[in-house]
Design a protein. Structure first.
Length: 186
């Protein structure tokens, strides 16, 4: 549904219809479309972390894995781009707590493995993992769909869009972060 019409046009009625449920039945499980998006993000994050774990000890392998896995899950970056600004802002208290705890558990899983593989303290590993995810989330902001009138924009404005390619932005930021971490521990 998201690929067909975008996040903004998703409705609870549409979700219920697509799932073959009565709208009231859907509301027994989730109260808002943002809860659905949060659940999708947490599920995607778990798989994403699974894919990163074998690569956390080597800079270029980790960067490649982070970049490739983000691209391969079509919803991961768009959900990440909206997570703190739209999704979490529209969650109930209980749903927000569940989401933050689930995200925290994945961060702990990743940073624990980073601490082991990189022979660093757990706090330092958490900070490194967090910095990489902040860079990824920043790059994700660049992946938000272009406006419907993109083709009508002046060429110089279109070029700005072209220079803001999310994958390249993330790779550059990640290399700088990892270099800084290595320099700091040397």
């Amino acid at each position: 549904m998201i690929a067909e019409s975008g996040f903004e046009s998703i409705t609870m009625s549409g979700l219920a219809k697509r799932a073959g449920l009565a709208k009231g039945t859907l509301y027994l499980y989730v109260k808002t479309k943002e809860e659905v998006f949060a659940l999708l993000f947490v599920e995607g994050l778990s798989g994403y972390v699974d894919a990163l774990l074998p690569h956390v000890g080597e800079d270029e392998a980790l960067i490649r894995a982070m970049s490739m896995e983000a691209r391969e899950n079509a919803l991961f970056l768009p959900l990440m781009a909206r997570l703190t600004t739209i999704i979490e802002a529209n969650l109930s208290r209980e749903a927000l707590i569940r989401t933050k705890r689930a995200v925290g558990a994945q961060a702990a899983r990743l940073s624990t493995e980073m601490a082991t593989e990189r022979a660093m303290g757990s706090g330092e590993a958490f900070d490194l993992a967090h910095a990489l995810f902040v860079a990824l989330q920043g790059a994700a902001q660049l992946s938000v769909a272009r406006p419907a009138f993109f083709d009508e924009l002046p060429e110089d404005v279109k070029q700005v869009y072209g220079a803001s390619e999310p994958d390249a932005a993330f790779v550059t930021a990640a290399r700088l972060i990892l270099k800084g971490a290595a320099d700091a521990s040397a």
